[in-house]
Write a protein of this length. Structure first.
Lengths: 283, 230
């Protein structure tokens, strides 16, 4: 009788997810982390071909915490998720937002950063004159964000806006500004920066930290981040490390490492170094 | 493994890119052919001043990937906006659409000029001499004797080039033009189902090229009925 009770208790415990796996997975000794290497300052390739940026520094920190060996490689953005699922590497750290759509295919750790998205336009445009607003709208708060979007629409009317293809930024612009602006889709943000400098497009929509880095270039001194930032909704739950659904042990280890990096202020320190703002997620 | 229902669901989305694919292919094939013919004819003479620049152009465009050419024409020339504006050419290079047509046309002109040059040189000399003996002018000989025979000979080689151009348009998505391949990549990023989407996109190109090949085969059979393939 006692044994049955124990068994029932054990299954109840596992049902509630306290015991996460029935078959305990071994901790991996080494993993390969993929990044895009073209999204400064989060991850980028330096002139001498090395990967650097916030996520590279954070990845190295997390690996040191987990005491495992990590190889960091660069991979095209649109191939990241397909390559992860077929096992070309084990973890994605490429400023990838956690979204329900992506969660259908892969799993994510808890967010290690939360970074709002916004527009960048010419300083002398009507929107540009307003400059950056400190306001951040959570898309899940529909009434407030809808009002903010309606306020932006007349200021953006007819502009050609460059957005990186296959991103939540593109989903957002298509959904809320599809009838207001002409959208150009780029493979990388470096390409839309070039086209903004060349005057082929009037503005960009991207993460504000990435925009701040882009606009620091002298070629783009006439442009500014303008209007409020947007988070939540199509942008999901922040930026996390993507991994295969079956790698539960690795997820556990990464989550613990991220907890550590949040708790001792490492993420704050690294993000202030690279993106000039604190993107530490609020738990 | 392939989800048939999903497969048929994405076909209409992909077909939305077909008009752009056809426009890019159509314009560049026509412009490229005209250019190719001029380049091939210019090389028939022995004017070095004319021949060497053409040979350099052909060598450069045949020797570098179309992807690189498109990149350089779009992003490369984009950095020279002030000079292009001064020359009054910025309206052309500002738009990705014209840049794509420009790149594709020059590329196919380079390949096409070699196909036509060979075909023109393949017309038997005796025929040209006979035409001259009949008192036909050089232009008339070209129009009535040389070109009809040369075009006929060039069809199989030129069909290859046309098919390559149709497929070459798939690179236009790197300069923001959302043709069939660009839409396919967008769909993959939304659904993460690469196999179905690429199979569907491949099927569209296959249908398009099959139609093109059939038309060109019919043209070849009509012009050279004595050597119709079994």
């Amino acid at each position: 009788m006692k044994r049955y009770l124990l068994a029932a208790l054990a299954s109840a415990v596992s049902m509630f997810g306290i015991v996460q796996t029935t078959v305990a997975q071994d901790a991996p000794k080494s993993i390969t982390i993929a990044t895009e290497g073209a999204y400064a300052p989060w991850n980028f390739t330096t002139a001498d071909g090395k990967l650097d940026g916030l996520e590279i520094e954070l990845a190295n920190d997390l690996c040191a915490r987990m005491k495992i060996e990590c190889t960091i490689i660069a991979q095209d953005w649109d191939g990241l998720i397909p390559s992860l699922t077929v096992g070309k590497f084990d973890v994605i750290m490429a400023s990838m937002f956690i979204t329900t759509k992506r969660l259908e295919t892969i799993d994510f750790t808890q967010p290690y950063a939360v970074d709002p998205s916004g527009f960048a336009v010419a300083k002398d445009s009507e929107l540009g004159k307003m400059g950056i607003s400190a306001e951040k709208f959570k898309l899940d708060d529909e009434a407030a964000s809808a009002a903010a979007i309606e306020k932006l629409k007349p200021l953006l009317k007819g502009m050609v806006i460059g957005v990186q293809a296959a991103t939540t930024n593109l989903d957002f612009v298509k959904k809320y500004f599809g009838d207001t602006v002409e959208i150009r889709e780029y493979k990388t943000t470096e390409q839309h920066d070039l086209d903004l400098a060349a005057g082929r497009i009037d503005g960009l929509f991207a993460q504000q930290t990435a925009l701040a880095a882009t606009l620091a270039s002298p070629d783009l001194s006439n442009f500014t981040i303008a209007g409020p930032g947007f988070v939540g909704g199509v942008f999901g739950f922040g930026t996390g490390a993507g991994l295969r659904k079956e790698d539960t042990k690795l997820k556990e280890m990464l989550n613990a490492a991220i907890d550590g990096a949040i708790a001792d202020g490492t993420i704050k320190r690294i993000s202030e170094k690279w993106v000039k703002t604190d993107v530490t997620p609020v738990k | 493994m392939i989800d048939i229902a999903f497969f048929f669901e994405i076909i209409p989305a992909l077909l939305a890119g077909l008009p752009l694919t056809l426009q890019l292919a159509g314009s560049s094939i026509v412009i490229g052919f005209v250019l190719a013919l001029m380049l091939a004819l210019a090389q028939q003479g022995n004017h070095r001043i004319l021949v060497w620049p053409i040979r350099t152009f052909v060598a450069v465009f045949r020797g570098t990937p179309l992807l690189v050419q498109m990149f350089l024409i779009y992003y490369g020339l984009g950095q020279f906006r002030p000079s292009l504006q001064a020359m009054g050419l910025w309206w052309l290079f500002r738009e990705p659409y014209w840049c794509a047509i420009f790149a594709l046309s020059l590329n196919t002109a380079a390949y096409g000029s070699e196909i036509l040059r060979g075909a023109i040189q393949g017309v038997p000399r005796g025929l040209v001499e006979t035409a001259t003996a009949f008192g036909m002018s050089r232009l008339l000989t070209l129009r009535l004797v040389v070109l009809p025979l040369a075009f006929r000979q060039a069809i199989p080689g030129y069909s290859n080039e046309i098919i390559l151009m149709v497929k070459g348009t798939s690179l236009a998505s790197i300069i923001t033009l959302m043709e069939v391949t660009g839409i396919a990549q967008g769909l993959i990023s939304q659904t993460y189902r690469a196999v179905e989407v690429f199979v569907a996109a491949g099927a569209i190109y296959l249908t398009l090229n099959f139609t093109m090949i059939s038309a060109l085969n019919a043209l070849e059979a009509w012009l050279t009925p004595y050597r119709v393939r079994a």
